[in-house]
Design a protein around this ligand. Structure first.
Ligand code: AMP
Ligand code: GLY
Length: 426
């Protein structure tokens, strides 16, 4: 198949690596891509992934069989709508359904209408409304920007002044959401949908805070692991958990969006908290999660292209459920100095070949570009690359991932040392 993947993150690299692994004869294209992706796909120079007309013209001219949209920006820009109008199979929801991620208020309305369990929330447009809501819910306070903020628009704090300051930063550009604090372990569960049928992938957990012990600010994600063996203690088995969330969360949401005339064709990412009162949704995304994708896809044993093509073309019902290896996967994110507040970019990265030659390890690149000299790499953003390790046990994959990441040099960089520590019994 000729497949175009839009995006430039480690998630897109992970998608391309899964496609390449399942069938080395695929012709893979990517835009805008990065230095790591360039080794695994043909980068389409100059193609603006957020330009619906340009992407559609390219896909048409190049007889692309399937377009996979990685990040949220092209979804919100309506790239999927334009491709679909032209009859080109695309994995990713249209602009209207992508509001599930783009607007937290829209997501709350859909959840209410579909009867999906979630925390209470108040949309506030003035400081007085924010203050009233903070007092109504009490501490810990949760305040979110009502729009795309790349995982950084959220504050969870006991400090009322800090919660107010966060609201002040986002109020001028619209509204904020003040939420009830939900307590419990977090799980990310991905569903593939063709707008009607739903198929779950294997659960993962990501580490959102910048530093060890869940200290520091929220980030786009500093690491992840999959599967989550401890789900069995609570739900009997991972399958029982997945079946419950499919029934109580994914299916009702997909039905609701369909009933509203905005079918969701793509990846429904459910961010869940397992509270004492049951599983509740904290957020939806309309795309594969990053860094969770980097640990979920290496465990997929059925072909990814078939699954995504079946969703894109409305035949998911006829497609067998995806299958996963009974293995462990972990990813650790290497971040630039100053991430997430003000990442230092432009610095040289070395040691990636040595890291990638560690047994059971591969790299998924995020913010990398070719450096000035042949074969050199530079960091171009906050989250630079992911070391991904797979193996039989979490102890083994942690050992592999940390051995590999220590081989990489990037001045001032940092990474968390406690990814999957608890599940490995460390
Ligand atoms: P979000 O961007 O909505 O995923 O929020 C980022 C992170 O903030 C989540 O992964 C949680 O760790 C935390 N968070 C968000 N909303 C809540 C909530 N209502 N209660 C507790 N923690 C939350
Ligand atoms: N893992 C968080 C996200 O993809 O938004």
């Amino acid at each position: 198949m000729r497949i175009l993947v839009l995006g430039s993150g480690a998630r897109e690299h992970a998608i391309l690596l899964a496609l390449k692994r399942e069938d080395s004869d695929h012709e893979l294209f990517a835009a805008p891509g990065n230095a790591g992706i360039a080794a695994d796909a043909a980068i389409v120079a100059g193609l603006d992934a957020n330009d619906p007309a340009a992407v559609t013209a390219f896909a048409d001219d190049e007889s692309i069989d399937l377009v996979i949209i990685g990040p949220e920006a092209p979804l919100v820009a309506g790239v999927a709508d334009t491709l679909r109008e032209r009859g080109i199979p695309v994995f990713g929801p249209g602009k209207a359904a992508a509001q599930l991620e783009g607007s937290k208020a829209f997501a709350k309305r859909i959840m209410d209408a579909a009867g999906v369990p979630t925390g209470r929330a108040t949309r506030a447009t003035t400081r007085a409304e924010v203050e009233a809501a903070l007092d109504a819910y009490g501490a810990p306070h949760v305040v979110k920007a009502d729009g795309l903020a790349a995982g950084k628009g959220v504050i969870v704090t006991d400090d009322r002044a800090a919660a107010l300051a966060h609201a002040d930063a986002y109020l001028p550009s619209g509204a904020v959401l003040v939420e009830e604090f939900l307590s419990g372990p977090e799980v990310s569960l991905f569903f593939v949908s063709d707008g009607d049928t739903v198929r779950a992938l294997s659960p993962a957990q990501d580490f959102k805070r910048a530093y060890d012990g869940d200290a520091g600010p929220n980030t786009g994600g500093m690491g992840a692991y999959s599967p989550l063996p401890w789900l069995g203690d609570r739900f009997g088995s991972e399958q029982a958990f997945v079946a419950e969330v499919t029934r109580t969360v994914a299916e009702p949401v997909i039905r609701q969006l369909d009933a509203e005339g905005t079918p969701f064709i793509g990846l429904l990412y459910a961010g869940l908290i397992l509270t004492a009162q049951g599983v509740k949704v904290i957020e939806f995304n309309a795309r594969f999660g990053d860094p969770e994708t980097q640990v979920v896809l290496p465990r997929l044993t059925s072909p990814l292209s078939r699954l995504l093509m079946a969703a894109a073309s409305g035949h998911l019902e006829d497609e067998p459920a995806p299958t996963f290896a009974d293995s462990a996967a972990v990813t650790v994110v290497l971040a630039s100095e100053g991430y997430p507040e003000s990442p230092v970019t432009g610095r040289v990265i070395t040691g990636t070949d040595a890291a990638a030659s560690t047994p059971g390890v591969h790299l998924a690149h995020a913010a990398t570009a070719a450096g000035p000299d042949d074969g050199t790499l530079v960091a171009t953003g906050g989250r630079v690359l992911n070391v991904v390790a797979t193996g039989d046990t979490f102890a083994e994959v942690r050992e592999r991932a940390y051995t590999a990441i220590e081989r990489i040099e990037l001045a001032g960089s940092h990474y968390r040392r406690d990814i999957a520590a608890r599940v490995a019994g460390v």
